[in-house]
Design a protein around this ligand. Sequence first.
Ligand SMILES: *Cc1c(COP(=O)(O)O)cnc(C)c1O
Length: 723
Amino acid sequence: MNKPLSSAELNAIVAGLKKLSRNLWWSWSQEAQDFFHELSPRGWQNMFHNAVAVLHEVSDQELRARLQDAAFAGRARSVLSEFDAYLNDPKTWGHTHAPKLHKHPVAYFSAEFGLHESLPIAAGGLGILAGDHTKSASDLGLGFVGIGLFYREGYFQQAIDSNNWQTEYYNPVDPHNVPVEPLLDAAGERVICTVEIGMGVVDFQAWRVNVGRVPVYLLDTNLPQNEQHFRDLTNRVYGGDSTTRIMQEILLGIGGVRLLRALGLEPSTFHMNEGHAAFLTLELMREKMAAGKTFKEAQALTKPECIFTTHTPVEAGHDRFSSELMNYALQRYIASQSVPFKDILTLGRIKPEDEHELFCMTVLALKLCRSANAVSELHGQVSRHMWQHLYNVPEAEVPIGHITNGIHLLGWMKGPVRQFWRRKLTDSHNGEAKFFREKFGSDWSSAINHKEFWEKMTDSNFVTDEELWALRYKLRRELIEFARRKLLQQNQRVTPGDYIRFDHLLNPDALTIGFARRFATYKRAPLIFQQFENIVKLVRDKQRPVQFIFAGKAHPRDDDGKRFIQQIIHLSKHSELAGNLVFLENYDIHVARQMVSGCDIWLNNPRRPLEASGTSGMKASCHGCMGFSIMDGWWREGYDGQNGFAIGTDTHPDNIEEQDRVDSANLYKALTEQLVPLFYNRDVNGIPREWLKRMRHSMATLVSQFTTDRMVKEYANKYYLAK
Ligand SMILES: *Cc1c(COP(=O)(O)O)cnc(C)c1O
């Protein structure tokens, strides 16, 4: 018989769970997620898999009653003790390799943070990368603080109207129901700072997101004392026109530095994730001028404090503002200083004296950082070419290096896959598991980032073909059932017959190809349908069927991107592809996780060399989904001829129409000559041995290489600690 829990024991668990719910560590702990899921399965599903919302859904009375189930309470205790051990680990990588960052942390500024689907404050890959960077900084135990904006309406939700045209709507984020907490001072009062924007002085508060050991502070101007247009400033991710944009960036850069100072922090490095944050350099300079330095001296002193990561070769991705707008938005800020406005303007121009040149945030960041980097090797080359005229040195000497992007592995791994690998690492009957325990200790979650672990994938004693194929089937089925549910919900007028009809959409045995990302036109979502007749033949092949799942949002003002969506949805409903091509609405982190895990192939066909890195394909590898990509961004470094599939070669024609034509032909050629035969070449037990061999090789060579664990260590060694 179990002894009932005393009320002191209950209080401790309840308090522990409340604290845990406000730390996103649970988003990469399977046991924590399973616990909250079980507390309220519907609440979990309906409120974006969010522990805070589940604890609101379940009354205190219910929680205490449920914890009298000894097994359930035992699970709570074990999750809490794991959480506690994580928070207080005295032997992290950071303790050994970067102790000086604990006193003077890295301050990482980003206009977007893609941390979790319940906090939709990212528009795409840039934000997802910022979220993953932060999670790995926490895992590594780095001294690290994130600075971002709290967008009350977040990024838009996508709906498709009866003309298959994307429309946008916004779900206000309720700060009390998502994993954030108000930033309070020692006396328990809200921390309020101010920043001059336009002619006004604007108050702002901050919300703290606990990302494991690391805080991210999200700035928020929605306070009653502010004028309405300033209250609305932080409503939406990249919402409004360039006036809103510049004002958001003033808040982020200048406000962000002020908040850090209010918290008593003296960061050793200010990391600008993309040019949006570059106004932070003006505030660092202002501080120095206020202490008596000249404008020139302030520049020289600010530069060693900052580093900058550029994320795109696409021109529109670099903010440029007119001098009128700069003057308008910064008038009060600059008026309070002794430096003439025209001197500030020179910092954002390639030719300082050219009054017609727009003020460019990337130029400001490049001029005022000690190091700059691109996000893949090819993007490094492209960026050195793009910014050469700023430096007037040979291209190879342009001081822009590169660190290739990665993903936070555990955060992206789907539940069954986490459990699968965890069993492999902890199974006491497995001799290899002993090897890993001896090498990496009892903490499986750190072993999972290591190359040695993934290299084991080529060993069929460690994991058999049958096990891997079973896992692939399970993941594909989960995706297809997810897609069927979602398609039924997307269908505006559901009739009773639809419940049956939708359960027959897609084929759980078919080679499943996924494509999901922002519908920026350079990513060429509909490229594959340039071979329409051929694709119809592939899809219709009864013996060797192929099917396609698409998802993605176009920017609200990008009509060309919206036309791509329209075209694909039209094909999915009204062409010979209907039933074997679907479009899932409202792409977000959750949809992404379903797709990268359940698809067999992850298609990526950007117009080279515009994909700076790309990360969605990296999320696929650990699930046994293989890449099929143009040789651009990370794939150019990852692909070795045997660990996935390439479209074309390491070159591209300059002519855009020619490039589209060649790429779509190569895409179809690889599909028919390599992918389809390999997938359907089965032995007597129905197992595609050659396919699995390639899959094992893809895991062995890609997974541990393209993580933010590797990436953040590189940032630390190359940039954060080199000063
Ligand atoms: C990973 C991810 C992206 C970035 O994907 P790319 O391949 O880099 O374009 C964008 N949005 C979401 C929701 C993601 O999860």
